[in-house]
Design a protein around this ligand. Structure first.
Ligand code: PLP
Ligand code: COI
Length: 344
């Protein structure tokens, strides 16, 4: 096992044993290589570097209570990568190839898989697909390179379940109407950085974007989906400009299973004052409860409307959902929805 203080892990880079790499060229994928060096040899003319021909995924591997290694719904990540790649017009690995490479990466980097006892930690996998052939004109890359990176991680911000303050920045968007918001392309994250940097300077942990066409409905956060609890309902936005989150999809299933009503529908901003609990959800953030949600017409100005949820702790319904999903991932309860793929 690697010499790591598992309890002190944050969501950051740790060098692991290997990165797996395969390239699609001349109509086929090259044999998967295990690279021990993190630095790539890549043409300076690669489309990824000029025209952001890049998409990626994020999923986690967990050590279960029984000692077995589990991946959470990797086929869904594979399918989403294929959709993102189609959007960019580049070749992606098949679902089967994607899952096999995820398993191989986990086995080669098992030293970095946190032990079961450290409940907030996991091995984060970062499948990455880039347009890699030399090119100058704006066109989809003919050659694409698939990389499987991994790093042991803890909570995305603070400790697991620490509540955060977030801000709606009405004068910024992460994606355009009819744009790339529903695809996991690097360009979306580049477009969120300016507003995110300003928000961070003001002490907010995340930016919540509104629907870019009308600015009347909630879309999603810069790196996670939005959900809210009202009475016995789990409410989450329906929008063409948000990423279809695998965590959110799973929480909807769990919420329904626990007898809650699931409402996936447009969520008007006015409804924020009626929610009892609000949170971020996603692979990296898992469930991160929101304490203060601040709505600013201009991120740079002092004018604001503040919504407060709970007392800075995770609300009871969010906590129940969090515990349920973590218990499946960590092999503490039966995988009744068939979400787990075993690595060993
Ligand atoms: N929305 C955005 C913008 C994200 O970056 C992520 C992270 O992957 C999510 C939502 C959550 O998606 P998932 O639950 O599939 O990780
Ligand atoms: C994930 O949750 O896996 C993500 O990809 C979010 C990331 C931008 C940190």
């Amino acid at each position: 096992m690697a010499n790591i203080d598992w309890n002190k892990l944050t969501f950051s880079y740790t060098k692991t044993n290997t990165i797996l790499k395969t390239t699609f060229k001349d109509g086929a994928w090259t044999p998967v290589e295990s690279l021990t060096d993190d630095y790539l040899s890549l043409s300076s003319y690669a489309g990824a570097l000029h025209y952001a021909i890049e998409c990626f995924e994020g999923l986690k591997a967990f050590r279960g209570k029984d000692g077995r290694i589990r991946l959470f719904r990797p086929e869904e990540n594979a399918k989403r990568l294929i959709r993102s790649a189609q959007y960019l017009g580049i070749e992606a690995p098949s679902v089967e190839m994607f899952v096999d490479i995820c398993k191989k990466a986990v086995l080669e980097n098992e030293d970095f898989l946190p032990p079961y006892e450290v409940s907030g930690a996991s091995l984060y996998l970062r499948p990455t697909l880039i347009g890699s052939n030399p090119q100058l004109g704006v066109q989809s890359s003919k050659e694409s390179t698939f990389l499987l990176l991994c790093s042991p991680v803890g909570a995305y911000v603070g400790g697991a379940l620490d509540a955060v303050d977030v801000v709606i920045a009405r004068n910024y968007d992460r994606a355009a109407p009819n744009g790339s918001g529903a695809f996991k392309v690097g360009g979306n994250y580049a477009c969120s950085l300016r507003s995110l940097n300003i928000a961070h300077e003001q002490g907010y942990k995340a930016v919540l974007y509104l629907d870019p066409a009308t600015k009347t409905h909630i879309d999603e956060f810069n790196s996670s989906n939005f959900f809210a609890i009202k009475g016995n309902s789990y409410i989450t936005p329906k929008s063409d400009s948000i990423l279809p989150s695998i965590t959110n999809m799973s929480l909807e299933t769990v919420a329904a299973h626990l007898g809650m009503t699931v409402e996936r529908r447009p969520v008007p901003v006015e409804e924020l004052s009626t929610f009892e609990e609000v949170g971020e959800c996603g692979t990296a953030v898992v469930i991160t409860p929101v304490h203060k949600l601040v709505d600013k017409p201009f991120l740079e100005s002092d004018e604001e409307t503040v919504y407060t949820y709970g007392d800075g702790q995770c609300g009871p319904k969010s906590l129940k959902l969090y515990n349920y999903i973590k218990a499946i991932q960590r092999g503490e309860i039966e995988d009744e929805f068939g979400w787990i793929v075993y690595v060993d």
